[in-house]
Design a protein around this ligand. Structure first.
Ligand SMILES: Nc1ncnc2c1ncn2[C@@H]1O[C@H](COP(=O)(O)OP(=O)(O)OP(=O)(O)O)[C@@H](O)[C@H]1O
Length: 809
């Protein structure tokens, strides 16, 4: 790992090393204060820009409004970035070795880059190439570094320094005396948990750095056991990619897909702390705009809904909504029976289908052709009615020559000319009987209506299932049932196949586009002007393209961020997508995700050994080869930063039993007490929870429902015991709700605990967890690896064999 614990600090007052340490601290404090002063100056400048808008100048009112929009957005964004980086702004320093040309360079590394009044860099952004040695140097391969220093800050005060000296020869005498501190990583890992993930920008490890800085293009799989920092590395990767490819990604956006809302809340502070405030976060259940599906299906139903064959099922079911009548179409209206014969109906349907457009767009052709057939039939019937008196006259004594001539002339003309036909069709479309007959045959459908109807119709389920070779009968459910997470990929599939009849919208947009093209040209000129006027600020063109600016100017109301606009648009194509806990996604969920990133620029983060969903992945190739055959690359993370070694040994026993081909990660921590197993009834949980809480929060708290800043405990239970556990801990938070993270004690199922971590974990009913799902072994492995400090297993004298190595008090 390349980390070396440095010498003990806090020696006596007269100790020369202590004196050197103090002066070193003072020197660093001076530098850090300068950096914060620059941050303050930048903030003041952004605030002033926000207050005052652009400097008054010539130009039209339109130009003034555009300038104001650019300046305001730039200032607001800059302010958000500057506010997010206050904590631990400057955390590192690297000293390059001196060489023949003179002393080596020194750089300070921070969350963002800053320059002094003379435009000289005083803080290097951690993502810049010049900062990379801070993360990659090891004692074995220090590159050109002589020393790496971690600066620990409390608010704006430098409280400790940790040094790793790679080359004592390369340091001068005063620098040698200044070697102080202990390894920063271990200090970071020992911190109490707060219910929110922190960034690790100061202590990124080499293998993680490789993941973070891997190229933008293609699919990168990050496979690693629990606690290896997959999530945290993926989030730093998002920040790195935005920094390095801002031109593409700021416009197209970056999406992070996580397993549930709690998890997203757990990670939502990491990116702002890294200076990135505009990344879209969503669960699979939120990928269909307008819906926040949280409910889950039974494993049997989830497996069916996640099966790739469901794409064919949806297609067959949409096809089944494009019907023709059993025989001829007959519609009673205006005292007539309008008729379109069966062959014509089929011809019309087939012609609409042949367009190979979405259902709702094809419907326009179907309706159009049907109305035409009906109009002609109506005209023919009227014609016959008109002809009847003439026929009678002809029978009774013949027609006068002039009338016969008129009739012969009319016979050569079509029954309806173009205008007659259009008017007739419009009139028929207003006729409720006609409209309902055509709606019945080829209805206009929203994805929600389509899927609701489909689930509620056993015949439709059986028919579409048979066509795709999968039994869909278990999907039957009444209309009005809540949407589940597994429904979302099916809604998305349906949305693709149904499409929207947006002809009216398109016409409006075409007119608007012409107007916008003119505005865009104008905006481009304004951007150039603003760039020149504020050249030392962030360039306006860095932030906004002319098209975007014109579009924003055009809209009323506050401008939306890229992330907001992307999340509201089902057809948005992201510049990069990160999928966390990706092993849980079904084949159908992958289809939904891939649709959102046509460039296939993805980071896929997960652990095949932790797959809990029966519809999830058993290998990465199973899910990815379909989209990028043989073209995805894999990085493996092997070190566990979360779980102490004693706990990890127990987890490894479980992994060996359920997935012998998987290797558990190597724990970096070897502290904390061994995990224990206690046989006791659930009713005794409160006293155990209380004593555990006292240990992780400092001993003076006894309020399970109160809020502590640090120290979190989770009770992870089988579904069978869930209600009983909750009953015995009425003050604890429950379930995967975002608020649960603020509570010191939370009760979770294994599914809900995925991706999270707690100082102390109590697992209730391990036998139940093992046996109640086909992936029970994986679920138990996940539960065992959530603890950062303490683990207790509560059982009913039925400890599974695989946990037999646990200590029993
Ligand atoms: N380089 C690092 N420096 C400090 N802390 C780290 C580092 N890497 C990981 N951690 C910490 O280790 C813990 C586990 O990280 P993370 O949740 O990203 O792991 P994971 O691989 O996603 O785990 P799981 O698969 O169990 O969800 C977190 O508290 C994280 O902050």
């Amino acid at each position: 790992m390349g980390l070396r614990q440095a010498d003990a600090v806090n020696p006596g007052r007269d100790d020369p090393a202590a004196t050197a340490g103090r002066s070193e601290l003072l020197a660093e404090q001076e530098y850090v204060s300068r950096v914060y002063a620059r941050l303050d100056a930048e903030r003041e400048r952004a605030e002033a820009a926000l207050r005052e808008g652009p400097a008054a100048g010539g130009g039209s009112a339109f130009q003034a409004r555009l300038e104001s929009a650019v300046a305001t957005e730039e200032a607001a964004r800059r302010l958000a970035v500057l506010a997010g980086v206050e904590h631990g702004l400057c955390f590192g320093r690297i000293d390059h070795r001196a060489d023949a040309d003179g002393p080596g360079d020194t750089f300070y590394i921070g969350r963002i880059g800053l320059r002094d009044e003379n435009r000289e860099p005083i803080l290097i952004d951690w993502r810049a190439a010049a900062a990379r040695p801070f993360y990659t140097a090891t004692p074995g391969d220090p590159g050109t570094l002589a020393r790496r220093r971690h600066l620990h800050l409390r608010h704006r005060e430098v409280v400790r320094l940790d040094d790793e000296v790679f080359d004592l020869e390369g340091l001068d005498e005063s620098q040698r005396r200044g070697v102080v501190g202990e390894a920063a990583l271990l200090a970071a890992l020992r911190r109490g948990r707060t219910g929110r993930m922190s960034d690790v920008v100061a202590t990124i490890q080499q293998e993680q750095d490789q993941v973070i800085r891997s190229g933008l293009h293609g699919v990168l799989v990050v496979q690693g056991g629990p606690g290896t920092g997959k999530t945290v590395a993926a989030l730093h990767r998002a920040a790195y990619l935005l920094y390095t490819h801002r031109d593409v990604l700021e416009r197209r956006g970056v999406l992070v897909v996580g397993p549930n809302a709690t998890f997203l809340r757990y990670i939502d502070q990491v990116l702002p702390g890294l200076g990135e405030t505009d990344v879209a976060l969503a669960t699979v259940g939120e990928l269909y705009p307008g819906l926040k599906a949280k409910a889950t299906d039974t494993p049997e139903v989830a497996v069916i809904k996640g099966d790739l064959r469901m794409a064919d099922v949806v297609k067959a079911a949409v096809h089944a909504r494009q019907r023709v009548p059993e025989g001829d179409l007959r519609i009673e209206t205006e005292g007539l029976t309008l008729v379109v014969d069966a062959a014509k109906c089929e011809e019309i349907r087939d012609r609409a289908r042949a367009l190979r457009l979405p259902h709702n767009v094809q419907r326009r052709r179907f309706v159009h052709d049907m109305l035409e057939a009906l109009a002609i039939n109506r005209a023919e019937q009227y014609d016959r009615i008109m002809d009847e008196p003439l026929e009678e006259m002809a029978r009774d004594g013949g027609l006068p020559d002039w009338l016969q001539e008129l009739i012969d002339e009319a016979a050569d003309e079509p029954l309806l000319d173009e205008t007659d036909l259009r008017l007739a069709k419009e009139a028929l479309w207003q006729d409720p009987a006609v409209r309902s007959a055509l709606d019945e045959l080829w209805p206009e459908l929203t994805p929600e209506q389509f899927l609701t109807d489909f689930y509620a119709d056993p015949d439709a389920l059986a028919h579409a299932g048979a066509q795709a070779g999968i039994d869909c009968t278990p999907l039957h459910r009444p209309a009005g049932a809540p949407w589940t997470v597994s429904d979302v990929p099916l809604l998305d599939e349906a949305a693709e196949l149904l499409g929207k009849d947006d002809s009216a919208e398109k016409a409006r947009r075409r007119a608007a586009e012409a107007q916008r093209a003119r505005e865009e040209l104008y905006a481009r000129e304004v951007i150039q002007t603003v760039d020149q006027e504020h050249s030392e600020r962030l360039s306006a063109s860095d932030l906004l393209s002319a098209a975007e600016l014109a579009e924003r100017h055009h809209d009323d109301g506050p401008p939306l961020t890229t992330a907001q606009r992307a999340l509201a648009d089902r057809e948005w194509a992201y510049g990069h997508v990160i999928v966390d806990e990706a092993q849980e996604l079904s084949e159908m969920a992958w289809r939904t995700v891939m649709r959102r990133v046509p460039t296939r620029s993805l980071t896929v983060v997960g652990d095949i050994a932790q797959t809990g969903s029966a519809a999830g992945a058993s290998s990465w190739g199973q899910m990815l080869d379909r989209y990028v055959p043989g073209r995805w690359r894999e990085e493996r993370l092997m070190i566990n930063y979360r779980t102490p070694a004693a706990i990890m040994r127990v987890a490894a026993d479980v992994l060996k039993a359920v997935a012998p081909d998987q290797t558990p990660p190597e724990p970096v921590r070897d502290d904390g007490p061994p995990p224990t197993a206690v046989a006791m009834p659930v009713t005794e949980l409160p006293s155990l929870v209380r004593s555990e809480l006292a240990l992780i929060t400092g001993g003076d708290h006894d309020d399970i429902g109160g809020a502590y800043k640090e120290g979190r405990l989770a009770v992870i239970t089988s579904a069978a015991r869930h209600a009983a556990v909750l009953g015995s801990l009425p003050d604890a938070a429950a379930g995967a709700t975002p608020d649960a993270l603020d509570s010191p004690v939370v009760v979770l199922t294994t599914e809900e605990a995925k991706g999270l971590e707690f100082d102390s974990v109590i697992i209730v009913d391990p036998s139940g967890i093992l046996t109640e799902s086909p992936k029970g072994g994986q679920d138990l492995y996940v539960a065992l690896t959530r603890a950062t400090r303490r683990l207790t297993i509560v059982h009913d004298n039925d400890l599974p064999e695989v946990l037999s190595s646990l200590e029993r008090p």
